[in-house]
Design a binder for this molecule. Sequence first.
Ligand code: HEC
Ligand code: HEC
Length: 482
Amino acid sequence: MPFHHSALLRALLAIVVLPVFCSAQGFSRKSSWSSSNKWSSSNKWSSANQQKSQRQVSNGDAELLDLLRSNGVEAIDTPEQDPKHAALGNLLFFDRLICGNNDTACATCHHPLTSTSDTLSLGVGTGSPSKNEVGVFRVMGEGREFVPRTSPDIFNRGSAHWTSMFWDSRVSTAGGVTTSPAGAALPSELVKPLQIQAMFPPTSRGEMRGSHEDVFNGNEVAAFADDDFAGIWEALFARVMDNDIYRAMFLDAFPEVDEADLGFQHAAIALAAFETEAFGMNDSPFDEFLRGNTQAMSRAAKRGAFLFYGKAGCVDCHSGTLLTDQLHHNLAVPQIGPGKNPLTGLDHGRMGITADPADEFAFRTPPLRNVTATGPWMHNGAFSSLEDVIEHHLDPKESLRDYRARLQLVQPDLISTVVNGRTMQDWMLDTAEEVDVELSKREKSDLIEFLHSLTAPDLAARLQALIPASVPSGMLENGLGE
Ligand code: HEC
Ligand code: HEC
């Protein structure tokens, strides 16, 4: 069932109903613009007034720049990569070869056609009958489970500011200490969190590796025990090096490494180089503004920025250049899907890693560049409108009590999985962040305009250009179906 009826309804509402409503109420931006323009052109006072207001705006710009700089926000960095690593990573990212069952690639869940995420509430991993399909066209395979969390976007994850990966930061380099699910088995060549992260999707049974039963379909990678990371990586890399084109490319891209010392970590280095280069975008209106181009952001976006860094308190967590503190907070987002803990069937968030009750239901603050293109939002895709995301932040309790899965979840199959009884709600609200902000309708829409200013121009076209024409294994995930 590809399209969710309520998503369709929403789209229809947005296209047909809202503009009519707005113009009837005289709300539309256009009409207020034109009326003030008319007024000013027929009034002698206006030019003095206009100059005055322009001065105010530019004073406002200086104030906003100061505010951003005092908060330690800079235009995002896009570290330069070894072109041979990036070219190799580009192929690996779109190749189903490194999936146990040869039916899923990194691109499947982070496709350029779906803004480096997948437009789903929860991801659909290996074993799906939807071959080479992405987004809402991907349905669950029989006997398979949803991936427990939503596929995050992967924009700008190569920035030097990152010290954590995943919604629970189970990969971390914070404080100069590297931690990952592989412990001592993690190869020492890996330095950046993005490189370390790339080691894990192919080890995950649900995402890419396959179930125990898949062994009988010739999937040798599925045979390893879940904690035998070294075994899994060796088997995966053997597949890659069995391909003459990849072998030649690896030898060429890592000339300083003996062939016998090459391993899946070098594939991870290549993948991270590609992700850094391809998905690193530093020209959003916000980044342009940060470089001093004060015209880049609209007035509404600037008003939204003053709120974000002021009264609305967003900067308390969405801080710094990445717009995240890389810390974990419980926002009381409803529980959806299979969960991460087999005993409770719940996703306990960061507590699943630290076992610290203070981390119960806490998830890493997400970064926000290009966020307007990467819904549904939250760690499990619980919300499909940014307006509702903001409402939820402002009053998690009311939003949780009123949560309507039918209107929010992209996959109808997930509706029955929502754990949202009163006891569950109270448990989550018990440790949830207290938010005490009230915003007017106009302020909320200014905040949304600010979020739009974080999105890079021509995003869709730039992303589409990253899809290679072919990959060495012949198993290209271009998302265009079979
Ligand atoms: C089946 C879907 C799926 C596939 C395939 C997949 N991912 Fe992901 N990816 C996810 C999900 C879900 C998460 C979040 C998991 C979590 O936080 O527990 C994630 C997280 C990430 C992150 C961390 C982003 C952040 O901000 O923390 C990166 C980077 C990433 N994936 C890259 C990759 C790469 C590279 C590959 C291929 C080697 C890949 N993914 C394959 C679904 C997928
Ligand atoms: C107390 C810390 C905190 C504050 C304050 C905060 N956020 Fe968040 N924000 C988070 C966390 C944590 C999540 C993810 C929660 C989850 O998935 O469980 C999130 C999620 C989001 C998302 C969804 C992003 C995605 O990729 O899914 C948006 C958009 C967002 N916040 C915007 C805002 C805005 C706008 C404000 C100010 C009104 C704000 N946030 C205030 C911590 C915070």
